[in-house]
Design a protein around this ligand. Structure first.
Ligand code: 5GP
Ligand code: MN
Length: 567
C-alpha cells in the first residue's frame, strides 16, 4: 500500500494530483491515499478567502473551489489537517472532521481514522501558549485576534490524544514536536534554515504539547510541515509504563511490523521494550522543493480501494470527554491525576462497545458531502462570514451524542444577550431557550482541579508565527463591525436559531433554519495591537513564493522506499 505524504498544501491541490499521477505512471504503483500536513486551504469562495489568516495581497483562490463545486474530482482519498492558513470558517463547521469535497476529508481539530489497516491521528493548527488553555470561543466574522487564535490547538485536543492506548501508525501535525531536531541531521537543517539556530540552541523550536503526544502515544510515523523544509528524524522511545502489551504486539498492524523491521538485529523482546518513531517533515509545494514523499506500507489487502473508517477507541474518547468542551474565552484545566469522578479517560471496552452500538456496528465513513456554501464565481465580492452548522457535524453529533462547539457557542452568546438585553420578565420562548442553554452548558470545567502538568498561561512559545498572519486586512476589520443581533422576538422567534449540540434532545426539531447562525459581532481582542508583528525579510520571501506558478516540474519528488527516506 502506497501513501503519499504532502507538506504544506497552500491551495495547490492540482499539483499534488499531477505529481502523484506522474509517479504512479513512472513507478507502476497506485497511491491509496494522500495525507496533507496542513495549510491545505479548502477555500470555497471569496468569503472563505477572507476568513483565512493571510494578507490580502497573498490571498488567491487557487484550486480547491473546483473540487468543491464538482468541476474536478479528487482522484484519490485525500486527508488533511488544518494549518495556520485555512478557510477557518469552513473548518470550524467540522470540529470532528468531515468531507470538504468528494474524496477530500478534513480530520477535525483532532481526530483518529482508519485508512485501510493504518490508524491515522491528526491534530490541526499550531501551538500558542496564550491560547492553549482557552475554550473554542472564536466564530466568524473574525476580528484581528480571533482570525489567528482560531487555528491554535487547545489543551482539550492534546488531553484527548493522550488518552489513546491502542497503537497509532501515523500522526499528522502542522508544526513540529519540540526537540525533534535532536533526532536527525540538524546541522543540515541549520544550513537550510540558519535562522532556526537561536531557537534550536534555546531548545525552543517546535511545540511542547506535541512532544508530549509523541512520547505518550509513540506512533510508528509522524509527519509534519510548516517549517518549509524536509527533515527526517528517528526517535527511540523509552518504554512507557503501560505498553506495549502482549496483546497489542500480537495484533500489530502491518505498519507496526514495518517499523519493527527498521530496528535491525533486535530480538522481538527488545522491539517490544522500546518503540521508535520515524519523523518526516516536508516542504511546501513549490518547484524543486521536497514537498511529497511516497511511503510504502506492506499490506495484504487490495490497495486499489482502501477502506476508510472511524476509530472506536477515538469515538469513545470523544464521547467520554464531551463534558470538557469549553467555548469560553478564558482558561479551563483538564482533570489532573486523582480528579473525581474521573481523570483517566482512556476508553474502556464497554465504552467502545457503546459507540459501536450507536454506530450500528458500522464505522465506515460514508460519503455524505453536500455543497452548503455558494460556489466561487469570478468577480464575486466576499460576504460577511457567519457561523454555519454543517450537516455532517450535525449527523455526527447526533449519532455519538456529543456537542458541536460552534453551536454551543452560539447558544452561549445568545444566552448572554438574552440576559443583558432583557430587563423585564423573560418572554416564554426565551425562558425555554435558556433551559436548553443551561442543559448544554452544565459542564464542570471551572471546578476542575488545577493540573500541575498544564502549561501555564504565562508561558508563551510564540516562535515561528507565520509572517503572513501578521497583517490584517481592512476588509476583516470592516466586516467585523456588524450590527448587534438580538434574541428572537416573542412568538416571531425561531428556536432553531439556538442550538445546544445535545442533538438527541433536539430530535424532531429543526435546529437551524438555513444552517446559518446569527451572532453578535465578535469582541475586539484586547491585545490586538500585540498581534501586529514586524515581518522578517526571509519570511517575506517565503510568503511571496506562495503565489508563484509552477513553471517547471523540476522539483518533482522521487519515490523512496520506507527504508531509505531517512537519508
Ligand atoms: P506559513 O507558511 O505558515 O505562513 O509560514 C511558515 C514559515 O514560518 C516558514 O518559512 C517557516 O520556516 C517559518 N516558521 C515556522 N515555524 C517556525 C518557528 O518555530 N521558528 C522559526 N524561526 N520559523 C518558523
Ligand atoms: Mn504553516
Amino acid at each position: 500500500m502506497h501513501i503519499a505524504v504532502v507538506g504544506c498544501g497552500h491551495g495547490e491541490i492540482d499539483k499534488i494530483y499531477d505529481v502523484i499521477a506522474k509517479i504512479e505512471e513512472k513507478q507502476g504503483i497506485k497511491v491509496s491515499a494522500v495525507l496533507c500536513c496542513g495549510d491545505f486551504q479548502s477555500v470555497r469562495n471569496m468569503t472563505d478567502l477572507r476568513c483565512m489568516a493571510c494578507p490580502i495581497k497573498y490571498q488567491h483562490m487557487h484550486d480547491f473551489h473546483r473540487y468543491y463545486s464538482g468541476e474536478k474530482q479528487a482522484p484519490v482519498l485525500t486527508l488533511f489537517i488544518g494549518g495556520n492558513h485555512e478557510a477557518s470558517n469552513f473548518l470550524q463547521e467540522l470540529p470532528y472532521g468531515g468531507w470538504v469535497a468528494p474524496n477530500i476529508f478534513y480530520m477535525g481539530y483532532v481526530g483518529v481514522v482508519k485508512v485501510g489497516p493504518l490508524r491515522v491521528a491528526g491534530i490541526s493548527g499550531i501551538y500558542k501558549g496564550h491560547d492553549y488553555l482557552k475554550g473554542r470561543h472564536e466564530y466568524p466574522p473574525y476580528n484581528q485576534g480571533t482570525i489567528r487564535s482560531v487555528y491554535h490547538y487547545r489543551n482539550l485536543d492534546i488531553f484527548r490524544l493522550k488518552q489513546i492506548k491502542q497503537h497509532v501508525d501515523i500522526v499528522l501535525s502542522h508544526d513540529w514536536p519540540k526537540g525533534i531536531h535532536q533526532h536527525g541531521d540538524f546541522n543540515r537543517l541549520l544550513r537550510q534554515k540558519p535562522f532556526f539556530r537561536d531557537e534550536i540552541e534555546r531548545n525552543e523550536l517546535g511545540s511542547r504539547p506535541l512532544s508530549e503526544i509523541l512520547e505518550a502515544i509513540q506512533p510508528s510515523y509522524w509527519f509534519s510541515a510548516h517549517m518549509h523544509v524536509k527533515f527526517a528524524a528517528h526517535i527511540s522511545h523509552s518504554p512507557p509504563d503501560n505498553r506495549p502489551t502482549d496483546d497489542e504486539i500480537e495484533h500489530s498492524t502491518s505498519a507496526e511490523v514495518a517499523a519493527d523491521d527498521v530496528v535491525t538485529n533486535s530480538s522481538k523482546s527488545e522491539a517490544q521494550a522500546s518503540r521508535a518513531t520515524k519523523f518526516l517533515a516536508l516542504d511546501k509545494i513549490l518547484p524543486r522543493r521536497q514537498f511529497l514523499q511516497i511511503i510504502e506500507f506492506p499490506t495484504s489487502s487490495n490497495d486499489e480501494q482502501v477502506t476508510f473508517e472511524y476509530d472506536a477507541e477515538w469515538l469513545a474518547i470523544l464521547k467520554s470527554t464531551n463534558n470538557l468542551v469549553s467555548v469560553k474565552d478564558k482558561p479551563s484545566f483538564m482533570p489532573g491525576p486523582g480528579y473525581m469522578p474521573r481523570s483517566d479517560f482512556s476508553a474502556t471496552t464497554e465504552e467502545m462497545d457503546e459507540v459501536l452500538t450507536l454506530f450500528e456496528k458500522d464505522l465506515s465513513i460514508k460519503n455524505n458531502f453536500q455543497v452548503t456554501a455558494p460556489v466561487f464565481k469570478p468577480g464575486e465580492h466576499p460576504r460577511q462570514a457567519k457561523p454555519c452548522e454543517n450537516p455532517i457535524t450535525k449527523d455526527f453529533c447526533y449519532k455519538l451524542g456529543v456537542v458541536d462547539p460552534l453551536s454551543m457557542l452560539v447558544s452561549e452568546e445568545m444566552m448572554n444577550l438574552s440576559i443583558s438585553a432583557l430587563d423585564e420578565d423573560y418572554p416564554e420562548d426565551v425562558e425555554s431557550q435558556m433551559d436548553i442553554t443551561m442543559n448544554c452548558t452544565s459542564r464542570t470545567d471551572d471546578s476542575l482541579n488545577y493540573n500541575p502538568d498544564e502549561i501555564s498561561l504565562d508561558v508563551d512559545d510564540d516562535q515561528g508565527e507565520s509572517p503572513s498572519e501578521l497583517q490584517q486586512s481592512e476588509d476583516n476589520a470592516r466586516l467585523s463591525r456588524s450590527k448587534l443581533v438580538l434574541p428572537p422576538p416573542k412568538n416571531g422567534g425561531d428556536s432553531s436559531s439556538l442550538t445546544t449540540g445535545e442533538a438527541k434532545e433536539q430530535e424532531g426539531s429543526r435546529i437551524f433554519k438555513r444552517s446559518t447562525l446569527v451572532l453578535p459581532p465578535p469582541k475586539h481582542s484586547e491585545n490586538d495591537e500585540d498581534n501586529i508583528e514586524v515581518r522578517s525579510d526571509t519570511k517575506d520571501a517565503e510568503a511571496e513564493s506562495t503565489s508563484l506558478f509552477f513553471l517547471d516540474t523540476g522539483g518533482e519528488p522521487e519515490v523512496k522506499r520506507r527504508r531509505d527516506w531517512m537519508s
